[in-house]
Write a protein that binds this ligand. Structure first.
Ligand code: ATP
Ligand code: MG
Length: 767
């Protein structure tokens, strides 16, 4: 049932209530962590609906992750009843996918376009780099991938970049070529990457004022959470959706929509993805009529926690001073611990979690352990696995990035989109069917010579009719009656294999056309290809895990089918490709992880990077690895702007805690296979000593002598170590906190919490 408007204001302080009821001009809510920004957004939506100022269909709310979107929709629905269902509550990316699917013709896309995730797109860039004859050692595909992403976030097209690229600079010159060729390949594969989703939507709205007008008429209220982490493309997208001066078709009849943005410039932590604090800092210039409301009361944390966080962030210059206060009292002191090594740190944390459970009834699901980079989870996981502490890792090697899952999904994508070259080539010889690099090269050559897709080359080699995409308007339709050109250079054996491969895919496409569900098609693909049989026959325990993971994917698909009887394979793949890290959190803490003995479900400890923790809160938080060179990250130490971002990251970390906050560091940490003495993080020095209770202030002398890290060294160097070490060195910090933009409901991203199915450190090291 619908709430009365007054009820919606009852639980709010005066500033929050003003923000909820404000009408008539753009609204900026700027406030520190835990001051109720997200809560205000939710209540504002409910209030708009309850007062009849808006209908659900007129609301577009943008959140940073799927989990946040699902939560917001649920809370609004709780407040206003099922009418909430017609709102659009989503991430930027999923809103754009929805628009592009609807308007695919105007956008020059086919409705079945694929979405390439970061790994797909890097694969394609690698192919392009190779084809252009660029030395991938001198100019890595990764560099190109980053630069192209940056350009797209700035809405710079290949043509525009080519005009401005400094031709005397070899990297820039190559970048211009790679960018153009990459876009051409994406188009040929009927695919968009993540950044394209935003850029293409902006493009669409700008080039079709009447269409922009349609959306502006529809979304009279646009609300954006975590506005400090929007990049330029997202900023322009919001402007285009709201309308008003400076946008396409401006001056038309429609007054601009009502825009509400909330954010905290102290929590801007996505600069590496092009986020710019400018968007929040200059909001008032961009929207001269804007009203700004500041929230000052923090409802999340105790005073000790707030004092620590405030002291750390206060050392950033050029920020707007905030007076965050709490009525919750001082609370517990912040607990500090200096460990000998990362293993010692993990052991102490594990023991402390046990102690909290015994002494204070703290449940595992109340506890989160944060680290700066994904690689750090390994030591924690080893200890948790040994001690039987239920835990889950959010982020890291994500379910959908595991090899077997990517293979299975590649089959589905190839079935769904016959022109999806990247995925088709991925599975051409998976499982091994004697179609190695040579056969692939022959097919690729054929495709290039006749300007057809790789899939068409496969069909030609099989002497079969070319596959027809679901809507093949304008496709390379072959004149009826004409023979497809023969593929030259394949051995008889290879030709037989290509034919079998083609028939395999054709069979699966038939199944799709006959209306079979996603889970059935998945099963057929894994069976008919022999993929599953190969894993089952293997005596490598890793392969057993892979089978379990595929079973998990099957149940994700089956759940999807049950929840969306009308859902297509394309719908499913869309969710899969854009699932966010945070979606792997269980919907309701404490509902999973019941142990076999049928004890009370108490959930699992959450392990995650600080980046992934944004917007969340936990009663108990451990912030680990507070060492100069770990957190702040080594790369940031010499750079003021980067150090400022690390400081904001620390502020985010500390402010996630509600009741108990722990800060830990290791005196010696093994990285790159060598034990290194680590100085205390400068952030620790900033925390007022009167808020701190140090359980251990210095490491043992043995540890400090360096090198000798006891049994820990063995773990670090041993079976699990090497692969990760390379990662750490690789300057992979951008990915460390990264996330896949989110779409759809949280279900597809679910990762089980049961200990048995949690990936092992080895699993993660390998991926
Ligand atoms: P962040 O900056 O971390 O995103 P936020 O400003 O979005 O934080 P919320 O997550 O909305 O803050 O709120 C923090 C906590 O305080 C939540 O548990 C929320 O329910 C609670 N809270 C906010 N406002 C009030 C209020 N007026 N009365 C009681 N609890 C409140
Ligand atoms: Mg929030």
């Amino acid at each position: 049932g619908g709430a009365e408007p007054e009820e919606l204001l009852a639980g709010l302080n005066p500033a929050q209530a003003q923000a909820v009821t404000h009408a008539g001009s753009p609204l900026l809510i700027i406030a520190g962590a835990g001051s109720g920004k997200t809560r205000v957004l939710t209540h504002r939506i409910a209030y708009l609906l309850a007062t009849g100022r808006a209908r659900p269909g007129e609301i577009l709310a943008i959140t940073f992750t799927n989990k946040a979107a699902a939560e917001m929709r649920e809370r609004v629905t709780d407040l206003v009843g099922p009418a909430g269902g017609r709102m659009w509550v989503s991430t930027f990316h999923s809103a754009c996918v929805r628009i592009l699917r609807r308007e695919h013709e105007a956008a020059g896309l086919r409705s079945t376009f694929s979405i390439y995730d970061a790994a797909d797109s890097q694969r394609l860039i690698t192919m392009v780099v190779r084809e252009l004859g660029i030395d991938p050692k001198r100019f890595t595909p990764k560099t190109f991938a980053h630069r192209i992403s940056d350009l797209k976030n700035e809405l710079v097209t290949p043509a525009a970049f080519a005009e401005h690229a400094v031709v005397t600079n070899p990297l820039e010159r190559h970048l211009a070529e790679v960018y153009r060729a990459y876009q051409a390949r994406l188009a040929a594969a009927n695919a968009l990457d993540f950044d394209d989703l935003i850029m293409r939507t902006v493009d669409l709205l700008r080039s079709r004022p009447s269409l922009a007008e349609t959306y502006r008429r529809r979304f009279r209220h646009v609300l954006v959470d975590e506005y400090q982490d929007t990049n330029h493309a997202q900023y322009v997208l919001v402007r285009e959706l709201v309308g008003g001066p400076g946008t396409s078709g401006a001056g038309a009849t429609l007054p601009p929509g009502e825009l509400t943005v909330v954010g905290d410039s102290d929590q801007s932590i996505y600069a590496f993805r092009g986020a710019t604090i400018r968007n929040i800092e200059e909001f008032e210039q961009d929207y001269p009529q804007a009203r700004t409301i500041v929230l000052e009361q923090n409802y999340r944390s105790t005073q000790n926690i707030l004092s620590a966080a405030n002291a750390v962030i206060a050392r950033n210059s050029g920020r707007r001073e905030k007076n965050l206060w709490t009525a919750l009292g001082d609370g517990e002191a912040i607990t500090g611990y200096v460990a000998d090594s990362e293993h010692d740190e993990a052991r102490w944390i594990s023991a402390e979690i046990d102690r909290l459970a015994d002494a204070h009834g703290v449940r595992p699901s109340d506890v989160a352990v944060f680290y700066r980079t994904n690689a750090q989870s390994r030591a924690l996981e080893e200890v948790f696995l040994r001690s039987g502490q239920p835990y889950k890792v959010v982020g890291g090697t994500r379910f959908y990035e595991r090899r077997e899952i990517k293979d299975a999904v590649a089959y589905l994508r190839a079935v769904d989109n016959p022109d999806d070259d990247v995925n088709l080539r991925r599975i051409l010889n998976v499982p091994k069917r004697g179609l190695g690099e040579r056969a692939e090269a022959v097919l690729a050559e054929h495709a290039a010579r006749y300007s057809v897709s790789f899939g068409t080359a496969v069909a030609d080699a099989a002497g079969a009719p070319r596959p027809s995409p679901t809507d093949r308007a304008g496709q390379d339709a072959q004149a009826p009656g004409s023979e497809p050109p023969a593929v030259e250079g394949l051995s008889t054996r290879a030709r037989t294999q290509v034919t079998a491969f083609h028939e395999l895919l054709a069979g699966l496409r038939h199944q799709l056309a006959d209306g079979d569900g996603v889970a059935d098609i998945l099963d057929s693909a894994l069976d008919a290809s022999g993929y599953l049989a190969e894993l089952r026959a293997s005596d490598d325990p890793q392969d057993a895990t892979r089978v379990e993971n595929l079973a998990e994917l099957h149940s994700v698909a089956a759940d999807f089918q049950a929840a969306n009887p009308e859902g297509t394979l394309a719908d499913f793949l869309e969710r899969v490709s854009l699932v966010a890290d945070s979606d792997q959190l269980p919907a309701a803490p404490g509902t999973d992880g019941a142990d076999e003995a049928g004890q009370e479900p108490t959930g699992q400890v959450t392990l995650m990077t600080v980046h992934t923790a944004k917007g969340l809160e936990f009663p108990v938080v451990f912030v680990t690895g507070l060492e100069d060179g770990t957190f702040p990250h080594a790369r940031s130490l010499a750079e003021d702007t980067e150090l400022a971002e690390e400081r904001r990251l620390a502020y985010v970390a500390l402010t996630r805690a509600r009741e108990r906050l722990y800060v830990t560091r290791a005196a010696v940490r093994s990285s790159w296979g060598a034990a290194t003495a680590m100085p205390a993080s400068r952030f620790l020095d900033d925390i007022p000593s009167e808020t701190m209770d140090w359980k251990r202030l210095t490491a043992s002398t043995e540890a400090l002598r360096g090198g000798s890290t006891g049994w820990g060294a063995g773990w670090g160097e041993g079976g699990f170590g090497s692969g990760r070490a390379a990662n750490r060195r690789g300057g992979a910090t951008e990915e460390d906190g990264d996330f896949a933009p989110a779409i759809g409901s949280g279900r597809a991203g679910r990762r089980t919490g049961r200990l048995g199915r949690v990936e092992t450190p080895k699993d993660r090291a390998e991926a």
